[in-house]
Design a protein around this ligand. Structure first.
Ligand code: FPP
Ligand code: MG
Ligand code: MG
Length: 441
């Protein structure tokens, strides 16, 4: 009999899988270039929450408790590991190289760059072959689900490398950020490289729905960042968009950050009320939040369920769980940006207002005090704007209101979880979900 796992430590349930996560990722991101290797591995070296892979693994484990008869989407070859690349031309060239044929020869590449060509291709083949073939439908976490957890962490890390360039951040996880340690150019390229390797790994899961889900979540991350960026540029440099053509500013009397996105605004935007304007802006904020943070979590949660062979209602519930938890997570992140210090977070604090971003706490304050509108529109670019915003967040309980909204999303996530059969893994997921709103980092 297995000892009862400590439920207040959700990691203990998947500790075995979590401890091989870093090792497996390392085997997926090796290249022939030593500097690229260091840049690509950089963010994996420091301690992080690893929330996304933890969720994928725990959810996979919880899904394994669904009886076999209810997982009829499975085809006979479902548990194959699909280590073999589909494009056999690639396989043979990789094999030739890894078999050592050109190994010790002085190739031009080696002479010019000191690079051993066998290292360039080798990492593509070996790690994929290390997945054990699992035929037992009752096995809990499947090899493909473990690989999914690794892929999701790689994509997240790639997005952080890019994010720190975009946000001009100088620290991450208590260390110099990638852009500072390696330059902007290398940080961007290292992120691209991680995305490329993650894409290979996704393809090798050989599941079209999962490929679609995860690829879409990558696109969603970019869409979310663009929604955030667009306002910034529009309000500060209207002439910088659309090949130099000026983008018309919202015509309403009050500034309207949600203008282009909203579908609820009346035709005549000159008579828009403050309430309508605020609703549209808040909707825009939540949609941006879904795209930049919740999309990867929700789509990887659904992917984990797809790989378990579960039926559509389960897939949808897993998707909704990830969506609600992801939005909750980002709302809390937006609160912590106000309440914690840079030292506590291991990354710049108070960054959002500095970057001109109006997140939940400021939007709630704006609801009560329309005077904040012009400052939000000009992205707090004038002297005293940030201080005024901070004062109003306090005065109108912006943090408290954002926290309440985060709690609502958390409760919806907990409801989604309750549709899964009871298990230790489900209990661990419930615990983890509860800690999202109480976390301090
Ligand atoms: C952190 O947000 C950043 C994200 C959640 C997503 C960033 C996405 C991109 C840069 C798009 C490119 C995507 C890929 C896949 C390469 P934050 O800046 O609010 O949080 P922080 O305080 O941790 O920096
Ligand atoms: Mg950032
Ligand atoms: Mg950012």
């Amino acid at each position: 009999v297995e000892p009862k796992k400590k439920l207040d430590d959700p990691i203990s349930i998947v500790s075995h899988e979590m401890s091989s996560l870093a090792k497996n990722i390392a085997s997926l991101i090796g290249s022939g270039n030593p500097t690229l290797n260091r840049a690509a591995a950089y963010y994996f070296e420091s301690d992080s929450k690893k929330l996304r892979p933890l969720l994928v693994l725990l959810l996979s484990k919880a899904l394994a408790a669904i009886p076999k008869e209810q997982r009829n989407r499975l085809k006979p070859d479902h548990f194959d590991t699909c280590d073999q690349p589909a494009y056999s031309g690639v396989t043979s060239s990789i094999n030739n190289v890894t078999n050592g044929t050109p190994d010790n020869s002085l190739t031009p590449l080696k002479i010019l760059h000191g690079i051993n060509p066998s290292l360039i291709l080798a990492p593509l083949s070996s790690p994929f072959e290390s997945l054990p073939v699992e035929k037992d439908i009752n096995a809990d976490i499947l090899p493909k689900q473990r690989r999914l957890a690794e892929i999701v962490e790689m994509i997240h890390t790639a997005s952080l490398l890019h994010d720190d360039v975009i946000d001009h951040s100088d620290t991450r996880r208590g260390r110099p950020s990638g852009n500072v340690a390696f330059t902007n150019k290398m940080a961007v390229l290292a992120g691209d490289f991680l995305l490329g390797r993650a894409s290979v790994a996704i393809a090798r899961l050989r599941n079209p729905e999962v490929i679609e889900l995860i690829s879409t979540s990558i696109a969603n991350l970019v869409e979310g960042e663009f929604m955030q960026l667009k306002n910034t540029i529009m309000n500060r440099n209207p002439d910088r968009l659309d090949n130099g053509k000026e983008i018309p500013r919202p015509t309403g009397k009050v500034p309207n950050p949600g203008h282009e996105y909203s579908v609820t605004l009346p035709e005549n935007t000159t008579n828009i009320t403050h309430e309508q304007n605020w609703d549209a802006a808040f909707q825009y904020y939540l949609h941006k939040t879904y795209l930049k943070t919740a999309a990867l979590i929700s789509k990887s949660s659904r992917s984990s369920a797809v790989l378990s062979g579960a039926q559509e209602d389960v897939l949808e519930n897993c998707y909704q769980f990830g969506r609600n938890l992801g939005i909750c997570f980002q709302l809390v992140d937006d609160i912590l940006d106000f309440t914690r210090t840079s030292d506590e977070l291991g990354k710049p604090a108070g960054a959002d207002l500095q970057l001109g971003l109006a997140t939940g706490p400021v939007l709630y304050a704006w609801k009560e005090n329309p005077d904040l509108g012009p400052m939000i529109a000009r992205k707090f670019s004038q002297k005293g704007d940030i201080e005024y915003a901070v004062k109003n967040v306090e005065k109108y309980n912006g943090l408290q209101k954002t926290k309440e909204l985060a709690e609502e999303y958390k409760n919806k996530a907990l409801e989604n979880l309750r549709t899964l059969p009871e298990s230790d893994a489900r209990a661990a997921l419930e615990f983890l979900t509860n800690t999202v709103t109480t976390r301090t980092k």
